[in-house]
Write a protein that binds this ligand. Sequence first.
Ligand code: FAD
Length: 322
Amino acid sequence: MGNVLAYCEFSGSTLRSSALSNIAFARASAQAHGGEVIAVLIGAGAAGAGANAAKYAPKVITVEDAKLEHYLAETYAPILARLAKDNNATVVSATATSAGKDVMPRVAALLDAGMASDISKSEGKDTFVRPILAGNAYSTVQITTPIICVTVRQSEFEAAGELGSAGSVTSAPAGEINALGASFDHIDAQKSDRPDLGDAKVVVSGGRGMKNGENFKVLEQLADLLGAAMGASRAATDAGMVPADWQVGQTGKIVAPNLYFAVAISGAIQHLAGMKGSKTIVAINKNKDEPIFQVADYGVVADWEKAVPELIAEIKKIKASR
Ligand SMILES: Cc1cc2nc3c(=O)[nH]c(=O)nc-3n(C[C@H](O)[C@H](O)[C@H](O)COP(=O)(O)OP(=O)(O)OC[C@H]3O[C@@H](n4cnc5c(N)ncnc54)[C@H](O)[C@@H]3O)c2cc1C
């Protein structure tokens, strides 16, 4: 019998939607291990987001300290490792976000635990399926250490729903904080009113066929009409058309929105690796033979310069008529 410690990222007073996929995994894993889910929130505002986390997990532990204001794997990993031991955890999990992928290998090292990264499925207590070779194949791994560390692919685990009754929230001390010489400098992030790419329900992505950054403005109009986040292929970000943090794919963000627009994107396997878990995919491409059409639910064979403004005009008409 053992508990599942789920490291949950939050924004303001609520859990990030990516954290709900981790909780979905944690619930199934806790059942297999005969234990319970313990959500852990670390950093500035953790206590404030605790109540929201308690809607999803029977037990929530928050850790706040001035030295934890900014995420650093060096300071967060020892806290997770300590809480895992203190709370009889046999599984420690995180969503496979940038932070989750960064912190969890350190937690595994501190706990002498085996680790399964970026899993798409769990089978029983200790066996996990994970995509390899840019999603072209799946490997099944069994972890035999007493504690198991896991990162969970957001797109493969349906977000957990709220529990019938709220769980308990406690705070835990940060303990001794040693950043091992690392320090937070600054975050170079694009300021945007749009939803976070990893959490968005709708994503509008553009590729090399958009030709330049100026042309992306038409996609931004579409995104703003739909309350969507902006994404891009690596060809577009590498060419400097749009910011690097818009990149979707194997080496970018993994997204799983309800609706994904791929505009002037060919559908290379590395791009598909980041978005093929989307519920509905709409592709706009002038070449009908591109691989993007193999994963698209709706394919529009057209020049984006014609199709996207027409789409915007239709959406505006529908909105105006409501
Ligand atoms: C190790 C590695 C990791 C990688 N990681 C990623 C990753 O994370 N994400 C990623 O995206 N890529 C990644 N790539 C790159 C990937 O292989 C492709 O090169 C890239 O995805 C291509 O981007 P694209 O579809 O925008 O460009 P292209 O393949 O050049 O496609 C452009 C598309 O635009 C269409 N088009 C052109 N003009 C128009 C028009 N006027 N109207 C409509 N359609 C038009 C064309 O028909 C074409 O399909 C990676 C590659 C490697 C080797």
